[in-house]
Design a protein around this ligand. Structure first.
Ligand SMILES: NC(=O)C1=CN([C@@H]2O[C@H](COP(=O)(O)OP(=O)(O)OC[C@H]3O[C@@H](n4cnc5c(N)ncnc54)[C@H](O)[C@@H]3O)[C@@H](O)[C@H]2O)C=CC1
Ligand SMILES: NCC(=O)COP(=O)(O)O
Length: 336
């Protein structure tokens, strides 16, 4: 990890719990041994929020290059220059431009070599869509930002990681009804290839084992309960194996996540969002981290969303954000 550089933590939706858990994460910086981070957002909003929540956090408006030196005594904030006056729990597309500007600035600082990695706080997708944001979420937007001028965006892969389980949704933010048509052999193979490569290179797993889930009950029951398992997923697993990736499946998804089954693989490739996220959030809601694979930089995030229902009430837990910052630190150390 480069000395003197901070991790860029985006503010996320200012009406959600992101800013609040950022304050709490900073308060826990020593006990959690967090690497230094700076919030990319609005310094005046963060100052007001700390006061409103009676959190003893000094906010220091700063530049990327001086942030690390301040981290011990204050939460450094790199200001996005957008006025933010959000009410916790009351989302509004008025703040969307600032929310997106924070993501843009975080990536730019990494590309300029002035920050180490990006950790994002949650955004409410529908709020950004209302303001014209044309990307499903951070995962896809970060890939677009990662591409140089005229270059194609890299294929970003969402992985939810915890010590107990890592899961990858092959299709992500699409309606359930659209999943069968979106699942192609190529998509599964490309996803598996990226997961195997990044588990090896970034997570230090010498021979990553991938368990590939079926789509249908009982992985299709030999075609009687759906055709995709045999027609699309099984050939994708065979293609991955032919490339030297240790992949198995398609396995019936209902028996892939119990404790004994989990010991047989390093990551589960799941066919749709909830097939992946339900087991990990059931097992490790407070500890799991969302990490984007396939990008030229490190990006992590808490596993949860904006939690508007509890924003500003002082009950939001910062555990998953702390885990995201710690994982970013571990991945950055592995790169150094
Ligand atoms: N990485 C990101 O930017 C993500 C954004 N979202 C967005 O979040 C919005 C709300 O999504 P939901 O499905 O309601 O999920 P959510 O994770 O925001 O909330 C689900 C439940 O968990 C609770 N919860 C969440 N985080 C918590 C924390 N740190 N401490 C204590 N309780 C917590 C909430 O109070 C709520 O009852 C959506 O608009 C979605 O787009 C959802 C997931 C990830
Ligand atoms: N449910 C996970 C999620 O919404 C994360 O999306 P992203 O904003 O990290 O792409």
């Amino acid at each position: 990890m480069a000395r003197g550089k901070v991790f860029a933590l985006t503010q996320g939706d200012p009406a959600g719990i992101g800013p609040e858990i950022a304050l709490r994460a900073w308060l826990r910086r020593r006990e959690e041994a967090l690497p230094p981070f700076a919030l990319i957002g609005s310094a005046s909003f963060m100052t007001g929020l700390a006061e409103r929540l009676s959190l003893d956090v000094a906010i220091a408006k700063t530049t990327p290059d001086t942030a690390a030196a301040l981290f011990d005594t204050a939460l450094p904030v790199i200001d996005i220059g957008h006025a933010v006056d959000a009410v916790p729990g009351v989302p509004s597309s008025r703040w969307a431009a600032g929310t997106i500007a924070a993501i843009d600035l975080a990536v730019r600082l990494i590309q300029e070599g002035r920050c180490t990695a990006v950790v994002t706080n949650p955004i409410a997708k529908h709020v950004l869509y209302e303001a014209g944001f044309a990307h499903p979420g951070h995962t896809e937007y970060l890939a677009v930002l990662a591409a140089g001028p005229g270059e194609p965006a890299p294929h970003p892969v969402m992985m939810l990681w915890s010590e107990e389980l890592a899961v990858v949704p092959v299709t992500v933010h699409i309606p359930l009804a659209a999943v069968p048509a979106a699942l192609t052999r190529e998509l599964i193979v490309e996803t598996g290839r990226i997961v195997a490569r990044d588990l090896k290179e970034r997570f230090g797993i010498a021979r990553p084992r991938l368990a590939v889930a079926g789509l249908n009950p009982h992985a299709g029951e030999k075609g009687a309960l759906g055709s995709e398992d045999e027609a699309v997923i099984a050939p994708a697993v065979a293609a991955l194996r032919a490339e030297g990736v240790e992949a198995g499946g398609p396995y019936p998804a209902d028996t892939m996540f119990h404790a004994r089954a989990r010991r047989s693989y390093d990551a589960a490739l799941c066919m749709y969002h909830d097939q992946a996220l339900i087991p990990i959030k059931a097992l490790a809601f407070d500890e799991a981290v969302n990490v984007t694979l396939g990008l030229p930089f490190i990006r992590t995030s808490p596993d949860h969303g904006t939690a508007f229902d509890i924003a500003g009430k002082g009950v939001a837990r910062a555990d998953s954000l702390c885990a995201a910052i710690r994982l970013a630190g571990r991945l950055a150390a592995a790169e150094a």
